[in-house]
Design a protein around this ligand. Structure first.
Ligand code: NAP
Length: 313
C-alpha cells in the first residue's frame, strides 16, 4: 500500500498519460484524479472511459490544489505548459513528467516553478507505437524501468513519493542525472528509432524494388523496423531536436561501425562478421534473461497451422 496522493493531475491523456491514469486507478494511488487535455474529443473519450474523476481543458484550473502534477505531453510542449501552470501550483506540490529526453525538460520546466514546489522528472522506458487515450493500458509499466532525474536540491521525500508511485504501477525505478539519461537513451532508444525511420524511408524510395514487394517480403526483417517507424511523428521529432548532442555523438560511433562492417563485407572478412554477430546474439539473450523481452521465437507471434493435406494425394 503506497501513501496516497490527495489530488493527482495528469496533463495530456495520450498513450502514456492514459496508461498512468489507468494504473493509478488500479493501484488506488489518488483520492481524486484530474485529467487535463487541450482536445475536446480526447476529454470526452476520457470521460467515457472513466479514466478520471474530473476532466478539464484548462491547465491552470487543473493543477489548483494538486499535490502531484504529471506532464504527459511531447517534450517540446513542456516549456509553454510549465509557464501556464507555474503560478497556479500549490506550495509543497510535486511536479513530474514522462518526457523521453530529460536535459531539455529540466531546462524548460524548472524556471517556471515557484519556491516550495518539488521537481521530480521521470521517464518510463515503456511504450508502444500507438497514440491517444484508447491506446493506453494499466499494465504498460509492469517490470519496465522508470528513470527519475531530480535536480540535486529536490527534497528526498518528494523523490521517495514519486518512486513509490512508479513502484505501485509495477515499474522498477532508477535515479540518474539528466545528462546521463540522455546519453544512455540516445543509444538504447533514440538512435534505434532513427535507424528504423531511415531504413523504412529508404525502402519507400526504392525504384528497382516495388512497394508491393517490400510489403510482401517484409517478414525477412523489414517489418520489425516498421513497428518502430510507425511511432508518433511529433513525439519523435521533439526527441531528436532536444537530444541533439547525445544523438549526434552516438550516430558518429554508429556510422564508424557501419563503415567497418561495409569493409568486412567488401574484403570477405567472414570471421569478423561472425564474431560481431555472435556478440550481438549474446546481448539479446541478456535482454531476455532480464525479463525485458519474451524468449518466444519471432516475438511470440502466432503462426497459422499448416494447410490441410489435399485428399487422395
Ligand atoms: P500521445 O499518445 O501522442 O499523447 C500526447 C498528448 O500530449 C496528447 O494528449 C496531446 O494532446 C498532448 N499534446 C500534444 N501537444 C501538446 C501541446 N503543444 N500542448 C498541450 N498538450 C499537447 O503521446 P505519448 O506517447 O503519450 O507521449 C507523451 C510523452 O511521453 C512524450 O513526452 C514522450 O516523449 C513520452 N514517452 C513516450 C513513450 C512512447 O513509447 N510513446 C514512452 C515513454 C515516454 P492532443 O490530444 O490534443 O493531441
Amino acid at each position: 500500500m503506497i501513501p496516497k496522493f490527495d489530488r493527482i493531475t495528469i496533463i495530456g491523456l495520450g498513450l502514456i498519460g492514459s496508461s498512468i491514469a489507468r494504473a493509478i486507478r488500479k493501484a488506488e494511488a489518488a483520492k481524486h484524479l484530474v485529467a487535463m487535455d487541450r482536445d475536446k474529443a480526447v476529454r470526452e473519450r476520457v470521460m467515457e472511459l472513466g479514466l478520471a474523476d474530473e476532466v478539464t481543458g484548462d491547465a491552470a484550473q487543473a493543477v489548483k490544489g494538486a499535490d502531484l502534477v504529471i506532464l504527459c505531453v511531447p517534450v517540446m510542449a513542456n516549456a509553454a505548459l510549465g509557464a501556464a501552470i507555474g503560478p497556479h501550483l500549490s506550495p509543497g506540490a510535486i511536479i513530474s513528467d514522462v518526457g523521453s529526453v530529460k536535459g531539455s525538460v529540466v531546462r524548460d520546466i524548472a524556471p517556471h516553478l515557484p519556491e516550495g514546489v518539488h521537481f521530480v522528472p521521470a521517464h518510463p522506458v515503456a511504450g508502444t507505437e500507438h497514440s491517444g487515450p484508447d491506446a493506453g493500458f494499466a499494465e504498460l509499466f509492469v517490470n519496465r524501468w522508470s528513470i527519475l532525474t531530480p535536480p540535486p536540491e529536490t527534497a528526498p521525500v518528494a523523490i521517495a513519493r514519486v518512486r513509490a508511485l512508479w513502484e505501485a504501477m509495477g515499474a522498477n525505478v532508477e535515479v540518474m542525472t539528466p545528462e546521463h539519461h540522455d546519453l544512455v537513451l540516445a543509444i538504447t532508444s533514440h538512435v534505434p528509432h532513427l535507424i528504423a525511420y531511415n531504413i523504412v524511408g529508404t525502402a519507400a524510395d526504392m525504384e528497382k524494388v516495388t512497394e508491393s514487394e517490400v510489403i510482401k517480403f517484409s517478414a525477412g526483417g523489414f517489418r520489425d523496423f516498421t513497428r518502430i517507424a510507425a511511432s508518433d511523428p511529433t513525439m519523435w521529432r521533439d526527441v531528436f531536436l532536444t537530444n541533439k548532442d547525445a544523438v549526434l555523438e552516438m550516430l558518429g560511433r554508429f556510422s564508424e561501425d557501419l563503415l567497418a562492417l561495409q569493409r568486412m563485407i567488401r574484403w570477405g572478412d567472414g570471421d569478423g562478421l561472425h564474431a560481431l554477430f555472435t556478440r550481438t546474439r549474446a546481448i539479446r539473450r541478456g535482454i531476455i534473461a532480464s525479463g525485458q523481452e519474451t524468449a518466444a521465437p519471432d516475438f511470440g507471434r502466432p503462426h497459422p497451422p499448416l494447410p490441410e493435406a489435399k485428399k487422395n494425394q
